[in-house]
Design a protein around this ligand. Structure first.
Ligand code: ADP
Ligand code: ADP
Length: 230
């Protein structure tokens, strides 16, 4: 579970020329794939097409050989965890935000997810703990805390596919290290993991795919790219 295929995929945002042209890419179940490349090349766009945030113009995207257009939105969402720069949080408690999509989660499961995402200490320091309100009239979280909260949500949901799109985010080193450690735990669990990020932080990728405006330019292991001076 968790095989992804792009077959001859072409996509452009409304009123814009094509960002991705005739892309072919296979990601095997359980594989960790790194997407690297210059800013604006289309890494985030490619990530967004998997949960079908946008409709492609040509070709198909499949998960376990099923065209994602043939899947119910809920079943697609259940299979994919995605962490993007603009993390989706709602006005509610920390508990509600972590348990989003997993209504039956126990107290213990929620703490376990918070711990895995390095949020335990922060939550314990709050007078209302997990019941602290966040959002408009509640506690304001930093960008890194928001990302970790969305990672906690994904731990709880435990989807077969995880996409981390940090292509454009600017996090401090400490936060980035924490997120990296949380992801390593997730990757260890089985997940098909796609990371869009700067080359320097990707240490455990099985495969590197370089995205440029011309398309997918190079594939190889990290060491091969370093050896080639990339
Ligand atoms: P990367 O993740 O590699 O930095 P993106 O996928 O964010 O690249 O962007 C690829 C191209 O698509 C860029 O030219 C960018 O300006 C454009 N783009 C990204 N998001 C949108 C959007 N929502 N609407 C229109 N154009 C967009
Ligand atoms: P629901 O799960 O109730 O359908 P939404 O459709 O509002 O809720 O969003 C579910 C998730 O998908 C959220 O994480 C949201 O940020 C994300 N999402 C939806 N559309 C987009 C988009 N165009 N770009 C990025 N993320 C999106």
């Amino acid at each position: 579970k968790g095989n992804i295929e792009f077959n001859n995929v072409t996509f452009g945002y409304e009123n814009h020329s094509h960002v991705l042209k005739d892309i072919n890419l296979k990601v095997r179940a359980g594989e960790t794939l790194a997407l690297v490349g210059p800013s604006g090349a289309g890494k985030s766009t490619l990530c967004s097409l998997i949960p079908r945030f946008y409709e492609i113009d040509e070709g198909e995207v499949t998960i376990d050989n099923i065209d994602i257009r043939a899947m119910k939105q809920q079943s697609l969402r259940n299979q994919i965890g995605i962490v993007q720069q603009d993390v989706f949080l709602f006005n509610g408690t920390i508990r509600e935000n972590i348990a989003y999509g997993r209504l039956g989660a126990t107290e213990e499961e929620i703490w376990e997810a918070a711990r895995a995402a390095h949020l335990e200490a922060m939550i314990q320091a709050l007078p209302d703990g997990l019941d602290t309100f966040i959002g408009e009239r509640g506690l304001k979280l930093s960008g890194g805390q928001r990302q970790r909260l969305s990672i906690a949500r994904i731990f709880l949901k435990n989807p077969p596919i995880l996409i981390l799109d940090e292509a454009t985010s600017a996090l401090d080193t400490e936060t980035e290290t924490m997120i990296q450690q949380a992801l390593e735990k997730l990757a260890h669990n089985r997940t098909t993991l796609i990371i869009a990020h700067r080359l320097a932080t990707i240490r455990h990728a099985d495969r590197i795919v370089v995205v440029t405006e011309e398309g997918i330019a190079e594939q190889g292991r990290h060491e091969e790219l370093i050896a080639a001076g990339g």
